[in-house]
Design a binder for this molecule. Structure first.
Ligand SMILES: O=S(=O)([O-])[S-]
Length: 130
């Protein structure tokens, strides 16, 4: 049965908990992978969470699935993952995708602008593969 975008986001939010800056920082300190799923121009323009790996949502399954030839070693289904985007929608959907791929500890940090407003550390996006 067809679904609307809002239904898909609601379903994702029902599975992927939302977290705030302090919770994300604790997860990061404990070794979580932080994934920025925005598109490259957004990251280049605004920067990203310090230490985050940028993987646009379109590439997420290819980087995250250990069976994919494009799998990235940083992605481990046992490792907690924090995802975020511009406003939280893509992060919710990306989080649900990771959950469907077998990731057991996935969290939605939500909007990058909220991280910035809360004083979270930001870095310039220059990294290989952007
Ligand atoms: O996907 S979004 O919430 O950043 S518009």
């Amino acid at each position: 049965m067809p679904q609307t975008l809002q239904q898909m986001i609601d379903a994702a939010n029902a599975v992927i908990p939302k977290i705030d800056r302090a919770q994300a920082e604790q997860l990061m300190a404990d070794g979580a992978l932080v994934v920025d799923v925005r598109d490259a121009p957004e990251v280049v323009h605004d920067g990203k969470v310090a230490g985050a790996r940028h993987v646009s949502r379109g590439m997420l399954e290819f980087r995250a699935d250990p069976a994919s030839p494009l799998h990235e070693a940083a992605f481990d289904p046992e490792r907690p993952v924090v995802v975020y985007c511009a406003a939280g929608g893509r992060a919710a959907l990306a989080g649900k995708t990771l959950h469907d791929l077998g990731y057991t500890h996935v969290f939605n940090l939500g909007a990058f602008k909220d991280w910035v407003a809360a004083g979270g550390a930001v870095e310039s996006p220059m990294e290989r593969g952007m």
